[in-house]
Structure formats: structure tokens, C-alpha cells
Design a protein around this ligand. Sequence first.
Ligand code: PLP
Length: 408
Amino acid sequence: MTAVIRTDPLGFIANELADLRARHLYRSLRVMSSAQGPDVEVDGRACVSFSSNDYLGLTHHPRLRAAALAAVEAFGVGSGAVRTIAGTMALHEELEATLARFKGTEAVLSFPSGFSANTGVIPTIAGEADLIVSDSLNHASIIDGMRLSKAPRVVYPHADVGALRELLVRARTDGRSDGAGAHRLILIVTDGVFSMDGDIAPLPGIVAAAEEFGAAVMVDDAHASGVLGRAGRGSVDHFGLHGRVAIQVGTLSKAVGVLGGYVAGSRDLRDLLIQRSRPFLFSTSAPPAVAAACLEAIHVLEEEPALHERLWANTRRFKAELGRLGFDTGASETPITPVMMGDSTTAGRFSDRLFDEGIFAQPIVFPTVALDKARIRTIVTAAHTDAHLDRALGAFDRIGHELGLIAG
Ligand SMILES: *Cc1c(COP(=O)(O)O)cnc(C)c1O
């Protein structure tokens, strides 16, 4: 008989968790028992939320609710299959046609999420013969999309068009004495709005460089969908670059208020994604209520411009007043306003104190941002009233003094 030595093969998990706690990098989930909105109940406490991506308050908009309920009544709760087998409903096609018209592109294909749109499109169009050129602060789903692709990749320093151009000069002559270009495709990928800093990608410079070097541009407009451009058409519309950005990724999970992602571009791009994109081919399509609510959201964007105006008025006021209080709010140009804290311990303590005062604003720490760039990330929405903003500004002022982040 040999002795059986019992060890827990997953014992390392507890060690990893202990390590995260020791470094103040452990995240616990705050649980919301109310609907999403500016007034929420989180962990049993009523508070004003600055943590959602619900930019226009569409998560609970009456028109979206009604559209979702009607779709449940008519079509049930699930789509029952992947798109390529039996899961393509008329609602999916109508949503995509509406989005294509809204975005001003030939075609749109929807995905289960923005995350899967990125991991679906990048490996489908870029392979070994190609090169991906990526901003250093691009979203995790772009990074994972690149990892799933066989294409080599190079990273340029955040928003640095000069450095991007140098990479393109090198890429053009890479391995080729005649300088005719070694790559079938050079794909430049950038977030439209950077999710942790709220700055806008220098898209006009990126597009000009791409055109000069024969590269294609892909922009991930997750935080720009519903926020930038006319009626929230995104960063391409914001900069007037229609027809010059080959691939636009968008999300239906943030300002659109529901769930899903999409790729907007040419009819051929859509067609190739249907043939080859794995998250599209192997994941069930959106439930009818989700597609119907997203469709209604696009109509709301076009028909209720007051929501968009309120979002931007709140954004301007909140940023200006945080700056006046003496906080460093970084380079944000959008409703995402980071309030810089430095280390993760201060960020955690600040967020806990805000929560004590009924303000729900999450700390963002490593590895989402660099170790010394911990911050409280705030997002104002169209649903915040002046009274909501006043309450938050009062709390930021008090706690900022208490923790020595602001003087005076
Ligand atoms: C949130 C986000 C995504 C993912 O979108 P989901 O629809 O939530 O999966 C992709 N890219 C960026 C830049 C994002 O901020």
C-alpha cells in the first residue's frame, strides 16, 4: 500500500488571493439591489452613483422597457441558436440595418458583446501576413483580439501620432529592399474614447497617417457610442471622418443601455465576419428583448436630443467644479472624469469615504491602470440632476481635505 498524500491542487488560488489583499489590489463586488440609475441602493445603502456607463439613462428608459416587454410577448425570451443555424431573427437584421444607417456605413454585424466584437473582428481580418499597430492604452478586449490573431503587432505610445508614423515608416520597408511593403494589411487599432482617462483618440492624425502609408484604421467606440458625434454616432462622426475609417466597433452595453456589440464597415467585411468570426459563429444570438430594446435605443438617440445635451452640460459642470476644488482630473474630454489619487491605498480609502457619504464612485487600480495612477473614476450621465452633482462635489471637497489631496 502506498500512502496517499492529499494536497489541494488548487491551493495556490488562496495564496494568490491573499497576495492581492496584501497589496490592496483585491476587488470585492458591490451589490446593487435597485435598478440602475443615478439613485441606487448598493450594499444596502442608498447612494448617488457615478459608476455606471449608463450615459443617457437608457437602462431604464420607458420606451426601451416597452420595446423589450413587447418582444418578450411576441417572441419569447431566448433566440434558441447561433446566428448561422437558426438564431437570426428579423429583429437582429432590423437592428443591424438601423445601426448601419445610423453610423453611415454599408453594413453592421452584431455580436454578443463589445468584448466579443473585438475578439471576433481582429483575428478574422489580420493573420500572419499582416501587421497590427496598437495604442498602448487600448482596451483589454482589443489586446485579447490581437492575442487570438496570428498577426505580428507593434504598440505605439498612447495617442502619439508621431511615434505611430515612425512605426509605419519602418513597417513599409520591413524585410523588403524595394520598399513595396511587406504586409498584406497594416491595421491601426485604437479606442475612440479611452475608458480609464476619458481622452479622445487623435483620429484625424491617425487617419492621415494611415492614408499616407496605405494602412486601414479600426476604432473601438465603446465609450463613444451614444456619447460623441451627432446624436451619439461616435468618434468618426465627431471628427467628420466618414468613409475614411474602415472598421468601427461599437457597444450596445454602455450608452445604448442594454447589451451587445457590433462591427460597422463594408458589406464584404460583414460577410467575411459571418463566415469566419468565431464569437459570431459559436455563440448564441441576443434574446429578442435585447435586440428590440437596442433598436428602440437607436430611435431614442435620434429623436430625443435633449438627453445628449444634458449629458454634455453635466459633464462640463462637473469637470469645471472638480478642477476648481483643486483636483487633478487628467486629460479627459468626455463624461468620464478620472480624479487622480496616486496609489491604490488612497484610491481605496477615498472611495470608501465617498461611499460612507452616499456617493458611489469606484476606485480604479492596477492592473487596470498603472500602479501609481490609481484613481476614482466618475461618469456623469444625462440622468444626474444639479442636486446629485452638488452632493458629490460637496463630498469630494470634504474628503479631499480630510485625506490631504487638496489644500485651501
Ligand atoms: C466596455 C468596453 C468594451 C466591451 O464592451 P461590452 O459590450 O461591455 O463587452 C470594449 N472596448 C472598450 C474600449 C470598452 O470600454
